[in-house]
Write a protein that binds this ligand. Sequence first.
Ligand code: PGA
Length: 243
Amino acid sequence: MKIERFDNDDVLAATLATRLIAAISLKPRIVLGLPTGRTPVALYREVRSRSHRGHVDWSQVRTFNLDEFVGLGAGDAGSYRSYMQAELFDHVRIEPLNVGMLDGRAASLAAECARYERAIERAGGLDIQILGIGANGHIGFNEPADALDAKTHVAALQGETRRANAGLFGGELGRVPTHALSMGMATILRAQEIVLMATGAEKSEAVAGMIDGPLTTRLPASFLQVHPRVTVMLDRGAARRLT
Ligand code: PGA
């Protein structure tokens, strides 16, 4: 793992935005795996502002988001689809057909998960997967457990994760869905390259475990240790417990 420390969130986001845009110009048909949450908000703000007036050619870029809440989809406030439209897709000239999102309202969730795996495969696999990390060490919605799912699956959300997402639902915990669809550990680990961003002291324990701790399903992000090309981008708070 390559560990990089930044003075603050803005410098981290600007650095990653520069790299992403360089990667798009090097490989216009790049396949990106994208996260949601609070951490990437600054990244998407940077990417949008630099994509203004056609400065970045998004016309062939393909994306797959990590996860989506069960029961929610396009047009639902609180869905990750709505988040992505507002934070990025509505502001860049990406082809709607090139945007991959899990449909949390699919009639068959199992079929939807299988469709997603096939779509990623047909696109040639993920070139770069960008990740956040939960304070409990989750990536995507791969929550700490005795065993982890390899492929895209239906995940039961832990209380801590639902609380962390309450902001998307007006702060009302009762409105946060109990389940989500998520890429699995193997789906993520098959990406050619992985970049994990973490900001804030509340992530420092998970970050330290991910980097220095044992490989364990109790801290799903620790599995990134086996991937050959991972960059971990941290602000001061998130790096606090590293030696
Ligand atoms: P956050 O979520 O960016 O909102 O902290 C990260 C994650 O849960 O993966």
